[in-house]
Design a protein around this ligand. Structure first.
Ligand SMILES: Nc1ncnc2c1ncn2[C@@H]1O[C@H](COP(=O)(O)OP(=O)(O)O)[C@@H](O)[C@H]1O
Ligand SMILES: [Mg+2]
Length: 279
């Protein structure tokens, strides 16, 4: 694999939000691509020192989503000088998945339109209480006709982000595509830039590698979700996924066990999942 030289790509009129670093739209091979720069000021030929790995994180995270068969934006790695007189930086190019008629409605804005049980306004669109997020998924008018896809995507991301160590799947980092006339469906997955501890530089990975305790901390303890419980504590990704799974199994089994007398299997399934949660 070779890095693409993006220096001749002309800057287009598309601009993007997000705190993950500088980014802008370019025309590359007659298509619109976003170039995401790392936050650090180091240059491509001096990757030691404080070179954050975020373009690599976006690339790896997105390719892993792709390998799971989950729709995700197309990514390429390359380099570009951010301005005249500067040196090349490593960049990740993400293909803009919107055509000129379309726009992205981030989940944040869908949630901002949502009233909850009893007309309650809830927290803001950016609010990350998991109960509000799940209620929005179940009730929002924006998801009529493809709610099952939204539910599946949300939990797919929950699991894959756990694997990637991506704790930044907040309400701006997923959404749906719409034109002025209609909602078209889910957008591909985007913003995987926080995968694999993107704020570290290569030296920090080197230090952690031989230290079993630090590695365990990375693998098991730091993988909290962007979402919080109703006391404001960040949710442990795997635990909440398993809690959700237990609810699904309970529901499935209470339907099933009205027909069959398989109580022992039901008890076993519960214990099996609860034990996994303790791991
Ligand atoms: N492939 C894409 N196509 C179209 N819009 C995108 C794409 N990737 C990101 N965006 C938009 O740009 C915003 C910022 O990009 P993002 O990758 O989330 O940056 P950051 O890491 O700074 O949060 C997103 O919230 C989304 O609105
Ligand atoms: Mg983002």
């Amino acid at each position: 694999m070779s890095l693409i030289d993006f220096n001749s790509a002309t800057i287009n009129t598309r601009r993007y939000s997000g705190n993950g670093g500088n980014k802008y739209g370019v025309n590359f091979n007659d298509e619109n691509w976003i170039l995401k720069f790392p936050k650090s000021t180091q240059d491509l030929n001096n990757p030691k020192a404080s070179y954050a790995t975020s373009p690599l994180s976006e690339y790896l995270g997105s390719k892993i989503y792709e390998s799971f068969g989950i729709p995700v934006h197309e990514v390429k790695l390359g380099f570009r000088k951010p301005g005249p007189g500067t040196r090349n930086k490593l960049v990740v190019a993400c293909k803009d998945f919107l055509d000129s008629e379309q726009r992205l409605i981030e989940f944040k804005n869908t949630k901002n339109a949502q009233f909850f049980e009893g007309g309650n306004a809830g927290t803001s669109g950016a609010g990350t209480r998991l109960d509000e997020v799940l209620e929005t998924i179940e009730r929002s008018l924006d998801f009529i006709g493809f709610r099952e896809d939204v539910r599946t995507r949300f939990w797919d991301m929950f699991v894959v982000d756990y694997v990637l160590g991506n704790n930044d799947r907040n309400n701006t980092n997923w959404g749906i595509i719409a034109t002025d006339k209609q909602i078209l469906g889910l957008s591909p997955v985007y913003d995987n830039g926080n995968s694999f501890f993107d704020k570290r530089n290569i030296d920090q990975f080197e230090t952690r590698l031989p230290d079993e305790l630090l590695l365990k901390e990375d693998a098991y303890e730091t993988l909290v979700s962007a979402y919080v419980d109703d006391s404001g504590n960040h949710i442990i990704l795997l635990k909440s996924f398993l809690q959700w799974l237990i609810r699904v199994v309970m529901k499935l089994s209470s339907d099933l066990f009205q027909i069959f007398e398989w109580q022992k299997l039901r008890k076993y399934l519960m214990k099996f999942l609860l034990l996994k949660m303790k791991y």
